[in-house]
Design a protein around this ligand. Sequence first.
Ligand code: ADP
Length: 341
Amino acid sequence: MARETLISKNPDPEGDDPNLRPSAMSQMIGQREVIERLRIAIDAARARNETLGHILFDGPPGLGKTTFAHCIPNEMDVHIDFLSGPSLKAPKDLVPNLTNLQARQVLFIDEIHRIPKAVEEYLYTAMEDFRIDLILGEGLNARTHNFKLKPFTLIGATTRAGMLSGPLRDRFQIREHLDFYSLDELTQLVERNANKLKVAIAPDAAAFVAERSRSTPRIANNRLRWVRDYAQSRADGKISIAVAEAALTMAGIDNLGLDRLDRRYLETLIRVCGGGPTGIETIAATMNTSSDTLEDEIEPFLLRSELILRTPRGRVASAKAFEHLRIAPRSTKDGQPRLFG
Ligand code: ADP
C-alpha cells in the first residue's frame, strides 16, 4: 500500500468507511495463532512494564498487516506513527521520527523491504540499542553526536520477506507470516461488515461474496461495498444471492473470484506464452505493467489456487488454469498434455 505522505498520524485507507478496520485484536477475524502469540508477548511486556519487542509482519497485500499495526498500540495503550518505506530515501528522513519518539510507542514502517540500504543500516542501532548518530554542523565544524532514543517498538510490514536483509530481519524479535483466510472466516467478515455498513445480506449471498474475494479481507470489503452500491441503485437495497451474482458478474469477477487483471495474467501466460515456462519480466512487459505488481498482487493468489506454478525456468500455467479459461492444453510429441495431465 504505497502512501504518498512521509508521515501520517491517521492514515485512512478505508476511505468513507473507516469503521471496517478492527481497532482491537479481539475484533479481528481469523489469524488465531498469530493473535495468540502476540497476546502472550503483549501481556508479558505489560506485566513487566517494558517496551514490546520489534515485530515484522509479512504476507500478501490486504491480509491484515496494517490492521495488526493499528491494534497492537491500542492493546499496549501507546501512540503510533506511520511511515512508508518508499518515502524514506535517506537517514535524514527518519531522524525526526526517531528523535521525537515517545517512550514505548510504536513506529510502523509499511513496505519496509523498500527502504534503501543506508536507511536500513541507520535503523540497526536504533532498533538494537535505542540510539543513533546525529551529524551536527557542516563541513569542518561537523561533529557526530550520539543521541539516545526513547525505547520504542518498530513494526515492519512487507509483502516480500525474502527481500529483507538478514541483519534487518534478525533485529525483529517477533516475526509473523499472515496467510490467506478460509471461506468461513471471510463469510463471517462479510456478514459483520454488511451489518456495519447497515445493509441487509442473505447468508448465502455473504458466502457467495466471500467465495469470490480471493481469500483476502481487503478484497472482501471492496466486493461487499460494490455489491451494496449495486443493491441500492439496481435492486431493493437488500443483498440477495441474485443481487450479489448480478453485481459481481457485472464487475467481471468470475466464480474463482478472479478479476479482469488476474484473467489477463493467465491469458498472457497461456495464449501469448503457450502456458510457459515464462519469465515474470516477459509477462509484465506483455501486460504493460510492473513485475512488482504482478508478484505482490496477482501471483500469490494464483499460486495458492494452483493456477500457476513458479519453476526455476519461469511461470507455468497449470491444467486448472487452462480449464478455467476453457483452453485445451497443448500436447507434447507423445500426445500427453504439456507438463500436466
Ligand atoms: P495489509 O496491511 O496486509 O495490506 P490491511 O491490514 O490494510 O492489509 O487490511 C485491509 C483491510 O482488510 C483492513 O482495513 C480491514 O478492514 C480488513 N482486515 C484485514 N485483516 C482483517 C481481520 N483479520 N479481521 C477483520 N478485518 C480485517
